[in-house]
Design a protein around this ligand. Structure first.
Ligand code: SF4
Length: 285
């Protein structure tokens, strides 16, 4: 089959940066190196790092002074960094600069006496970290319906989970405007995700199906699938080439591919290779 890969598919700047910082740390740190949560939402990369000695921990309990802990690109709340300092841990902070900006805007809004509303997934580590920068005072919503249920807020400050799509936040902000007197919005969307979504959405209607590659835990991969589905209902999301089933592409000859920000080039290449080998006639048999 003909396979077209969207521009900007795969590793974003923030993930490349986190991987480089973690690699350098493993090369240089004198003792054990721990990652607070999985470094990125990609199982293959996490396994590779585990083999190199990067152990994933859920919290800082049990870490000894002078051990090194890597904070992932999603960031953490200020209380976690404080706890690391109190325990005399060496901290390598790979928080993506886009996430840091969202944390700073949220903290500034609270300091300026705005009620902060964050549009995002309340369970996502990035959102948990941003909310922690508001002393836990931010309200998290993710849908127009949730926005419509909010009580009226006289001074409202709005930030977004960095990986959301522009179309989605525009709809929710539209609903929020009816729930506030003064509504101050900071655009905290990440430029890398926005470009990735744009090129995938341009490609999706020109092909018979889209294959989106990325970890099932990855918020930006889920968003990528969702925006593509709006312009082409045949979207298949996979973590690796092994998950691809020929019958999905029965009768098709032209497939588009894009990948979430934590998907390595090798995984994209394997998926493209697998798809290219599918004979259009065989797929329909
Ligand atoms: S997707 Fe955007 S916010 Fe997330 S790590 Fe990559 S560049 Fe940073």
């Amino acid at each position: 089959m003909e396979v077209i890969v969207a521009d900007n598919a795969g590793f974003c700047f923030g993930v490349k940066r986190a991987i480089k910082m973690a690699t350098d740390t493993l090369d240089r740190a004198p003792g054990p190196v721990k990652s607070l949560g999985q470094l990125i939402h990609n199982p293959q990369v996490v396994h590779l790092f585990q083999r190199r000695g990067l152990e994933v921990v859920g919290d800082l309990d049990g870490l000894s002074p002078e051990e090194t802990v890597v904070i992932r690109s999603h960031g953490v709340g200020p209380e976690v960094k404080l706890q690391a300092m109190e325990r005399s841990l060496n901290v390598v902070d790979t928080t993506c600069p886009f996430v840091t900006k969202a944390q700073q805007y949220a903290a500034k809004l609270i300091a300026d006496d705005y009620k902060v509303v964050m549009i995002g997934d309340a369970a996502h580590p990035e959102v948990i970290g941003v909310v922690a920068h508001t002393q836990g005072k931010a309200i998290v919503i993710n849908t127009v319906q949730e926005a419509e249920k909010l009580k009226f807020i006289s001074r409202m400050g709005v930030v977004f989970q960095t990986t959301h799509s522009i179309g989605h936040v525009q709809e929710v902000v539209g609903a929020l405007l009816k729930r506030g007197k003064e509504v101050r919005v900071f655009n905290t969307l990440c430029g890398a995700t926005t470009s990735m979504q744009k090129t995938a959405v341009e490609l999706a209607p020109t092909v018979e199906a889209m294959v989106i590659i990325g970890g099932r835990q990855s918020a930006n991969t889920a968003q990528l699938s969702e925006v593509c589905r709006k312009v082409n209902p045949r979207v298949f999301q996979v973590e690796s080439a092994e998950e691809i089933e020929e019958q999905w592409f029965a009768g098709m000859a032209r497939i588009g591919v894009s990948a979430g920000a934590s998907t390595p080039d090798e995984v994209i290449a394997e998926v493209v290779d697998r798809l290219t080998r599918i004979e259009p006639a065989a797929a329909g048999a």
